[in-house]
Every structure is written in structure tokens, then in C-alpha cells.
Ligand binder design. Structure first.
Ligand SMILES: Nc1nc2c(ncn2[C@@H]2O[C@H](COP(=O)(O)OP(=O)(O)OP(=O)(O)O)[C@@H](O)[C@H]2O)c(=O)[nH]1
Ligand SMILES: [Mg+2]
Length: 399
């Protein structure tokens, strides 16, 4: 009898202990989960060469696993897929986010419209118009150019209603931003050619500290996945482990695998590995996030050149996206010039246009680099990155 009582007590203690252990294990924070390294291919709604085309729809089926070309790697489990988000379609994003933009830009549009619809456009008014444009970060050259065009056209046209002034200004601003520039992102997979197997497109994201590179890389992965692409991320910011964690968190949300190195590892080797992994996984695009660097630090700028060169040993780098914080205005132009000398920039991403930025910076930076603005950041939300559309942008300025 005594033995039985002791046995029951021991069993009860063991049960309590097991329950406590289980409770503690559940309470522990889970590390950022990596999606599997096997290709998790989102079905292609339409094979768009660019994030700008806006091809995917909300009805798109959730991502499914495809036959793996790399058999050694594990297949995704049901739980992995259940947690993957389906990002918002990119079509019409700039129109949807228009109110964010106009918050700080309205003053520019409204001010110009008021001035332009005055009965008498004398020299003083034209000067005021030019000053307004310069104050909106358009740059002295483009502001003068625009004023000349407007002067010529108003001379012919005579007096204008506000609506006529709006049409005139809209046409000239759109022309200045240049709708003919190719803003498509070169992110489509390269077909097999000249004895080389098919390989992913590679895009690098560069810029000074805190402009929004990692956020943009994460949001861009979502843009591409929304448009039916598959993506691998490369965390080539190895200064801080937190930078790789930040990128990996973005990737994990949409099922994009992140290649990362140890803290302090050579960023060029991480970029190289990311492209290699992207190719092995058969994805469409490899997006490489780089560390923020001051354009005045020669050593860091040289390092950036090396990252690109080494990544190119594995495949061509198709896009080098320079991320500029639009709120820094004309200072951004100086950065742009130096970055363009080190790595050929193929597109500009203007972030934080939802803040106090002035819209004219779009024109100024394009003129400075001769490179189009391809994407704009309009908030901190995951889908607050929009393909840039000159007409929707000007409409937002003038609404
Ligand atoms: N309002 C607003 N905030 C943004 C936008 N893009 C990025 N941010 C914020 O800017 C801050 C810096 O973003 P990161 O992506 O970490 O910048 P980074 O360039 O990677 O920074 P470093 O790696 O340290 O050089 C974060 O708080 C972002 O949420 C945007 O379009 N609008
Ligand atoms: Mg970063």
C-alpha cells in the first residue's frame, strides 16, 4: 500500500514537471523562420518582365510547391506555406497611395495653379512661379526650362481658367518627368543561351545609411512576388547581424529564402553565394541588399564596387537601384553622383515621399543621373512601394 501511494506521488510530480517544461518551451520566442531552400514558385499570373506592369490579381492562388530541381534540399511543409502572405497586386498602387503623396505636395500644385490662372502674368508672377518650382526641389535648370515653356504657351493661349491652367501644367510637368523613359525593372529570368544555363536576374540595392534600402528590398520582393516572380534575397549588409535578420523577416513573410553570412563576413561573398543559390533554386530574381555607406568614404565605396564585380562572376547584375531619401532634397543629388561613379545605376527608388519631401526631386534626380525613377516609397507598410508612373504622380500633385 505504501509503495502504491509513493508511486502515485512520483507519477504526479513527473506529470507536473513535464507540463512545466512544455509551457516554458511554448513561451520561448521563435527565431525568424526561413522558408525552405527548395523553389517555392508562385504561379505566374502573367509573365511580366517588370514590377511596374501590375499583372497579378488578388484572386491569384496562394503559392504552391513545384517539382524541385535540387532534389537534395527539403520540400516545404504545410505550415511553411500556410504562413506565407500574398502581397497586394501592384497595378494602380500609385493611384491608391496618391493621398499619401499629396499630403505634402498639395501646396506646390495648388500654389502653381493659383499663380498660373491669374489674369495678368507679368514678370513678377513668372518669377514667383520659378521660385515655387525651385522651392519644390525641381532644380534651377529644370525650373527655368519649365517656366520658359509655360510662358510660350500662355502667350499664345491668352487668359486661362483654373482648369485650363491645370491641363497646361499637367502636360508640361509630365513631359519634364519624361513618360518615354523605360521604367521597367529588369527582373525577368535569363533564358539559357550560348551554352549557359538559364539564370536569375540580379538586382542590387544601394545607397547611404538609413535611406530605406532594406525596407525597399523587402517591399520589392513583395512587388515581384505579387507579379508572379520567385525571389531569393541576399543579405550583403554584414555589418550588423540585425540587418540580415531584418531582411530575412521580410523574406519569410512572402516565402523568399534569404542567403546570409556571419556578422562581419565579406559582403561580396554573400552576394556571390546569393546569386549562386538563386540559380540552384531556379528562381527568377535575386535581390541583394547592401549596407548603408557614406558616399564620402572611399573605402566603403570601393567595397560596393567589389560587391557588384564579385556578384557578376556568378551572373550579370541587371539592376542597380539607388535608394534616395526624398526628404533630403538636393543633398540626395550629391550622393547620387558619387554612387553613379562607382556602380552604374540603372534605376532610382525615391523613398519617404509620404513625408515632408518635395515632389520636384523626381525631376532633379532624373536630370542629374539621366536614370529614371522606377519606384517610390510612400510609407512604412509592406505594400507601400509603388512602381513610378509620371502621369499618376503629376495628377497627385495637381489634385
Ligand atoms: N515614411 C516612410 N518611411 C520609410 C520608407 N521607406 C523606409 N522607411 C523607413 O526608414 C527607416 C530606415 O529604413 P531601412 O530600410 O532600415 O533603411 P536602410 O537604408 O536599410 O538603413 P541602413 O541599412 O542602416 O543603411 C525605417 O524606419 C523604415 O520603415 C518610406 O517610403 N516612407
Ligand atoms: Mg539596411
Amino acid at each position: 500500500m505504501e509503495f502504491l501511494v509513493i508511486g502515485i506521488i512520483i507519477a504526479a510530480i513527473a506529470l507536473l514537471g513535464a507540463a512545466a517544461l512544455l509551457y516554458r518551451a511554448r513561451g520561448r520566442r521563435r527565431p525568424v523562420e526561413q522558408p525552405p531552400r527548395t523553389p517555392v514558385a508562385q504561379p505566374k499570373a502573367q509573365d511580366s518582365p517588370s514590377g511596374a506592369a501590375g499583372t497579378a490579381t488578388a484572386e491569384r492562388a496562394p503559392p504552391v510547391a513545384e517539382a524541385a530541381p535540387v532534389p537534395a534540399k527539403p520540400a516545404p511543409t504545410g505550415t511553411d506555406l500556410a504562413e506565407i502572405e500574398v502581397p497586394e497586386p501592384t497595378a494602380g498602387r500609385l493611384v491608391r497611395l496618391r493621398s499619401r503623396l499629396s499630403r505634402s505636395q498639395n501646396a506646390l500644385g495648388q500654389g502653381l495653379l493659383m499663380l498660373l490662372s491669374r489674369d495678368k502674368l507679368d514678370d513678377a508672377t513668372w518669377e514667383e512661379i520659378e521660385d515655387t518650382l525651385i522651392a519644390a526641389d525641381l532644380g534651377v535648370g529644370p525650373a527655368g526650362e519649365l517656366v520658359e515653356k509655360l510662358r510660350t504657351r500662355t502667350r499664345v493661349q491668352g487668359t486661362r481658367t483654373v482648369d485650363e491652367a491645370r491641363t497646361l501644367l499637367r502636360e508640361e510637368l509630365v513631359a519634364l518627368i519624361d513618360p518615354a523613359l523605360d521604367r521597367t525593372l529588369k527582373v525577368g529570368k535569363h533564358a539559357a543561351a550560348d551554352g549557359r544555363p538559364e539564370r536569375p536576374a540580379v538586382a542590387m540595392v544601394v545607397g547611404v545609411n538609413g535611406t530605406g534600402k532594406t525596407t525597399t528590398t523587402g517591399k520589392l520582393a513583395r512587388v515581384l512576388i505579387a507579379d508572379g516572380h520567385t525571389v531569393v534575397l541576399g543579405a550583403a549588409d554584414t555589418f550588423r547581424a540585425a540587418a540580415a535578420d531584418q531582411l530575412q523577416t521580410w523574406g519569410a513573410r512572402v516565402g523568399a529564402y534569404t542567403v546570409r553570412g556571419a556578422e562581419g563576413a565579406d559582403p561580396a561573398s554573400v552576394a556571390f553565394e546569393a546569386v549562386k543559390e538563386g540559380q540552384a533554386m531556379g528562381v527568377d530574381t535575386v535581390l541583394i541588399d547592401t549596407a548603408g555607406r557614406l558616399h564620402t568614404k572611399t573605402g566603403l565605396m570601393d567595397e560596393l564596387g567589389k560587391v557588384k564585380r564579385v556578384a557578376e562572376k556568378q551572373g550579370t547584375v541587371d539592376e542597380v537601384l539607388l535608394v534616395l531619401d526624398a526628404t533630403t532634397g538636393q543633398n540626395g543629388l550629391v550622393q547620387a553622383r558619387v554612387f553613379a561613379e562607382v556602380v552604374a545605376i540603372t534605376g532610382i527608388v525615391l523613398t519617404k515621399l509620404d513625408g515632408t519631401a518635395k515632389g520636384g526631386i523626381v525631376v532633379a534626380v532624373q536630370q542629374e543621373l539621366g536614370v529614371p525613377v522606377k519606384l517610390v516609397g510612400l510609407g512604412e507598410g509592406p505594400d507601400d512601394l509603388a512602381p513610378f508612373d509620371p502621369e499618376a504622380f503629376v495628377d497627385a500633385l495637381l489634385q
